[in-house]
Design a protein around this ligand. Structure first.
Ligand SMILES: Nc1ncnc2c1ncn2[C@@H]1O[C@H](COP(=O)(O)OP(=O)(O)O)[C@@H](O)[C@H]1O
Ligand SMILES: Cc1ncsc1CCOP(=O)(O)O
Ligand SMILES: [Mg+2]
Length: 268
């Protein structure tokens, strides 16, 4: 499968309205760099983030949350225990969970751990090209948390990973590709400033996790989360003087993204 179908404005508008109406409770086990930014992105999108991290309570919370977002960006052995408890409880309770495999391939500990997590059937996986290629077992990762490959180069890895795990896989970059192993959607939006602020990828993964809650179509749900971030990035860049004001404008654009804007920036 190499031909992708562009996400349409009407499907994106439907999915974004669905997430806002549901206001999902998002249990986040994320990295220490992006925690407040991720909570703010989710709040801007109308979701309810909760960063519940103690090993003593992650299982109970994962079982009642609408969805769980797992990110290995600053993984240590304490957090690994908490993540395992949470994904086990999520799997048992039927809470969908999403993996962001930050810097997988570049570092051995998080790579082995992320492979272990795949046994717990994630609903979605979102990463940059190097991370998706490495998690698919087809490469050795990027430069720290950054990709050294283009998203076009990771499409076959994303499809293979989706088929192997049953997850929807989103590989982001200049164009985002989203696949369930059978269908392949693309979102050709975004702005280079998204790479000059830390946490845009991580918070997008949390938004993908939010979109998994009660989703009738996980492929379109994940693709619409990608479009939400990418188009808000385009709008924010029009207001921003640089990365600092871009980060602030991005939150405003995520909160304000409306159907007419989607119609202008996505195919019909
Ligand atoms: N070259 C680019 N041009 C436009 N948007 C981009 C570019 N690279 C990444 N993005 C966007 O930046 C966001 C974060 O993606 P990415 O940088 O791939 O993740 P990560 O931060 O995990 O490496 C996504 O919305 C993606 O579409
Ligand atoms: C800089 C950094 N170091 C460990 S996690 C992290 C954040 C990565 O964020 P993103 O993948 O969204 O760029
Ligand atoms: Mg990342």
């Amino acid at each position: 499968m190499s031909e992708s179908t562009p996400l349409t404005s009407s499907r994106a508008a439907h999915e974004i309205a669905r997430v806002r109406a549901a206001a999902p409770l998002v249990h986040c086990l994320t990295n220490s760099v992006v925690t407040p930014f991720t909570a703010n992105v989710l709040l801007a999108c109308g979701c309810a983030p909760a960063m519940v991290v103690a090993r003593e309570e992650v299982a109970a919370f994962a079982a009642v949350a609408s969805t769980l977002s797992v990110n290995v960006g600053t993984l240590d052995s304490h957090q690994a225990e908490a993540i395992l408890l949470a994904v086990r409880a999520a799997a048992e309770a039927g809470t969908p969970w999403t993996l962001d495999p930050v810097a997988v391939g570049a570092l051995a500990y998080r790579t082995a751990f992320s492979h272990e997590l795949l046994a717990f059937a994630p609903a979605a996986i979102r990463g940059n090209a190097s991370e998706i290629i490495a998690l698919a077992g087809l490469g050795h990762g990027g430069r720290g948390v950054d990709s050294t490959a283009g998203s076009d180069e990771a499409v076959s890895a994303a499809v293979a990973l989706a088929r192997r795990t049953g997850a929807v896989v989103a590989v982001t970059g200049a164009t985002d590709y989203i696949t369930d192993g059978e269908r392949l959607l693309s979102v050709a939006n975004g702005h280079p400033l998204l790479q000059r602020v830390t946490g845009t990828g991580c918070s997008l993964s949390a938004l993908v996790a939010a979109s998994m809650a009660g989703a009738p179509d996980r492929l379109h749900a994940a693709a619409s989360a990608c479009a939400w971030m990418a188009i808000a990035g385009e709008q924010a860049a029009e207001q921003a003087a640089g990365p600092g004001s871009f980060a602030v404008a991005l939150l405003d654009a995520l909160a304000g993204l409306d159907a007419p804007t989607l119609e202008r920036r996505l195919p019909a």
